[in-house]
Write a protein that binds this ligand. Structure first.
Ligand code: ATP
Ligand code: MG
Length: 565
C-alpha cells in the first residue's frame, strides 16, 4: 500500500503507456474516447469514483471524449431514481457539468437486434429452448468441458423464426434464450455458448413495452463501445475473462481498424472496513441497517457528500492511488487523511460543546458580556477573525472536567487552573452535584490578568479547553459515526460481510451548544469544531451536523507503525 507522501505520478501508469503507444501508431486516427458505464440499479460508490476519475482524466489528458453511458439492459432492477442519482453524483464528484448528454445502451437495442440476426444467419447464434438451470449445469466447470445443448444444431431458418417470435412476445420469461455458438469445451467459461438475449416481459424506463427481450452485458457492452466509437474500454479486473468474448463478438461483426475498441482492465478499488458490492449495499438499505443510500456511513458518493467529504478530496485520493493491474485493499484511513487535509485548509473553525456542563464564574461582574476575537482559520490568512461572546456563565464539555483526575489528566478539576480558548484562565473552586453525585455545575474564578491567554507572572497551565457562552449559545444536534463494519475485512471470518456490521455505529446527540455565529452558516458548510473534528451542516434537522472526520491523523500513525516494524 502506498503512503500519502509517495510521489505516485498519474502520468506513468500502464494505461497511459497504452494510449501513448496507440497515438504514436495512429491506431485510432489520434482519437481517445472513454466512457463510464454504470448499470442504473443502485447509487454510485467510491469504487465507481475511481473508474470515473480514471476514464475522465484520460479524456482530459489527451483532449479526448468522455461519456457517461447507462448500461440499462435489465429493466427488472433499473429505474429512473438511480438514473438521476448517478448523474447528480457524477457531476458532484467531477465538480463540473458534463459537456455531453448521457448515453444509453437502450438506444442501441435496434442495432443490437440487427446484429444478432446477422450472427444467426452466419450460423454463429442459436435459440436454446432449455431452462436456465439446465443451461448453467451444462456449462461444466474448470477442466470439465460443458455439454452441447440438444438445440445447438438448429438450422438458420428455424433459429431466425424462433428469435423473431421471442422478440414478438410469443414466449414467456425463461422459455428460451439466444446463445452465441462458440464452443462448449472452451477453456474460458465465458466462451461456452454465452447467452446474448433473455426474455423479460418488463416495462423499461426508456423503451417502455417496445421490447420483451433484453441483451446481456456481454452482448451489449463491446458493441455499444463500437457504436459510440470508444477507443479504450477500461473496466475493472473481474472483466478480464470477458475480454476474449468482447473480441469474439467484434470479430464476427467485422468491426476492425480505427473503429474497433479494445478492453483493458485495472484493479478494483477496495477499502478496509468497507463493502463495495452493490448487492450488499442494497441489502443494508433494504434491511434498514442504515438510513438509506445517502447514510453518511455508506461508502456511496451521496453518503460521503452528506457526511461532508469534499469531492475534491475524493478526486485527489483517486489520482494519488493511480491505476494498478493487481487488486489490493487500501486503508480507509488513507482516504480519511485526504479528507482531513483538504478540510484543514478549507474549513472555518468554530466552537461547539457536544456534551455540555455548566460553568459559573463566581467573580465575573454580574451581567457583563465581553466579545473575544477568534481566528477563523489559522491555515488561511484571508479567512479573518470573528467575535465570540463571553460571559460569566459558560458551557464546557463534560469530558473536560474530572472530579478525581486520573494521572495525566490535565484538564479542569477541583483546584486546577486551565485556559479557555480565546478567553481567560479559570480555576475550579467547587462542584455542584445532583442526587446521583453527577456534577451539574462547576464553580470557577477567573483571572482578569490573563485576557491575552497568558499570565503576566509567567505561570503555565497544561490544558486549553473550548467553551460556549450559555446565554448566547444556539442549540443544535450532531450525529457521530463509527465504522459501519467492525472488521477490517468484513466477512473474513464467517464469509458473510453482514455479520460484521456495527449496529451501534451512529450516535445522535441533542442539545448540543453552538457559538452564535453558526446561525449564519449556509447549509452545506463543513466547519471544524475546535478539538472535536470536522462537521457538516445539512438539512437533516434544524442546525444538524454530521461528523465528517476526526482531527487525529490515524493514517500518519499507520505509516509510522509500518516504518518501525
Ligand atoms: P456490482 O457490485 O453489482 O458488480 P458494479 O459496482 O460493478 O456492480 P456497475 O454499474 O457494473 O456496478 O459498474 C460500472 C463501472 O464501475 C464498471 O465499469 C466497473 O468496472 C466500475 N467499478 C465498479 N466497482 C468498482 C471498484 N470497486 N473499483 C473500480 N471500478 C469499479
Ligand atoms: Mg459490475
Amino acid at each position: 500500500m502506498k503512503s500519502q507522501d509517495d510521489t505516485a505520478s498519474k502520468k506513468s501508469n500502464f494505461i497511459n503507456d497504452l494510449i501513448k503507444a496507440d497515438l504514436e501508431s495512429g491506431r485510432f486516427d489520434s482519437r481517445v474516447q472513454t466512457r463510464f458505464p454504470p448499470e442504473p440499479n443502485g447509487y454510485l460508490h467510491v469504487g465507481h469514483a475511481k473508474a470515473i476519475c480514471v476514464n475522465f482524466n484520460i479524456s482530459r489528458e489527451y483532449s479526448g471524449v468522455f461519456n457517461l453511458r447507462y448500461d440499462d439492459t435489465n429493466p427488472v432492477t433499473e429505474n429512473t431514481e438511480f438514473v438521476d442519482g448517478i448523474f447528480e453524483d457524477l457531476e458532484w464528484l467531477l465538480g463540473e457539468t458534463l459537456q455531453r448528454e448521457p448515453l444509453h445502451t437502450s438506444t442501441y437495442f435496434d442495432q443490437l437486434y440487427i446484429w444478432a440476426e446477422k450472427l444467426i444467419q452466419d450460423g454463429k447464434a442459436y435459440v436454446d429452448s432449455q431452462d436456465g438451470d439446465t443451461i448453467s449445469e451444462q456449462r461444466g466447470g474448470f477442466q470439465k468441458p460443458g455439454t452441447n445443448s440438444p438445440y445447438r444444431e438448429r438450422g438458420v431458418e428455424e433459429n431466425l423464426n424462433l428469435f423473431r417470435e421471442m422478440r414478438s412476445g410469443k414466449f414467456s420469461d425463461g422459455e428460451c434464450v439466444l446463445r452465441a455458438k462458440i464452443s462448449m469445451d472452451h477453456d474460458n467459461m465465458n466462451m461456452r455458448d454465452p447467452i446474448m438475449y433473455r426474455i423479460r416481459h418488463e416495462n423499461h424506463y426508456r423503451t417502455g413495452d417496445d421490447w420483451c427481450i433484453y441483451p446481456t452485458y456481454d452482448w451489449a457492452h463491446g458493441q455499444s463501445d463500437a457504436i459510440e466509437k470508444v477507443t479504450h474500454s477500461l473496466c475493472s479486473l473481474e472483466f478480464d475473462s470477458h475480454r476474449e468474448l468482447y473480441d469474439w463478438f467484434l470479430d464476427q461483426l467485422e468491426i476492425t481498424g480505427a473503429d474497433r475498441p479494445y478492453q483493458t482492465e485495472f484493479a478494483r478499488l477496495n477499502f478496509t472496513h468497507t463493502v463495495l458490492s452493490k448487492r450488499l449495499l442494497k441489502h443494508l438499505v433494504e434491511q434498514k441497517v442504515v438510513d438509506g443510500w445517502d447514510d453518511p456511513r455508506m461508502p456511496t458518493l451521496r453518503g460521503f457528500r452528506k457526511r461532508g467529504y469534499p469531492a475534491r478530496a475524493i478526486r485527489s485520493f483517486c489520482e494519488h492511488i493511480g491505476v494498478a493491474r493487481t487488486n489490493g485493499t487500501h486503508e480507509i484511513e488513507l482516504l480519511e487523511s485526504f479528507v482531513r487535509n483538504d478540510l484543514n485548509k478549507a474549513a472555518e473553525r468554530k466552537m461547539a460543546v457536544l456534551k455540555p456542563l455548566l460553568v459559573t464564574i463566581t467573580n465575573w461582574p454580574e451581567g457583563h458580556v465581553e466579545t473575544r476575537t477568534a481566528i477563523n482559520n489559522p491555515e488561511d490568512d484571508t479567512a479573518g477573525t470573528r467575535e465570540v461572546p463571553f460571559s460569566g456563565s459558560l458551557f464546557i464539555e463534560r469530558d473536560d472536567f474530572m472530579e478525581n483526575p486520573e494521572p495525566k489528566y490535565y484538564r479542569l478539576s477541583p483546584g486546577r487552573e486551565v485556559r479557555l480558548r480565546y478567553g481567560y484562565f479559570i480555576t475550579c473552586t467547587d462542584v455542584i452535584k445532583d442526587d446521583q453525585e453527577n456534577p451539574i455545575e462547576i464553580l470557577c474564578t477567573y483571572d482578569p490578568e490573563t485576557s491575552g491567554g497568558k499570565a503576566p507572572d509567567g505561570r503555565k497551565v497544561k490544558a486549553t479547553i473550548h467553551w460556549v457562552s450559555a446565554e448566547h449559545a444556539i442549540d443544535g444536534s450532531v450525529a457521530l459515526y463509527e465504522r459501519l463494519f467492525t472488521s477490517e475485512h468484513p466477512g473474513e471470518e464467517t464469509g458473510e460481510a453482514l455479520d460484521d456490521v456495527n449496529l451501534d455505529s451512529k450516535t445522535l446527540l441533542e442539545g448540543v451548544k453552538l457559538e452564535p455565529s453558526i446561525s449564519d452558516l449556509p447549509l452545506g458548510s463543513v466547519v471544524q469544531f475546535e478539538r472535536l473534528g470536522y462537521f457538516h451542516l445539512d438539512a437533516t434537522g434544524p442546525t444538524f451536523f454530521h461528523r465528517t472526520v476526526g482531527l487525529r491523523d490515524e493514517w500518519a500513525n499507520i505509516v509510522k507503525r509500518r516504518k518501525s516494524s
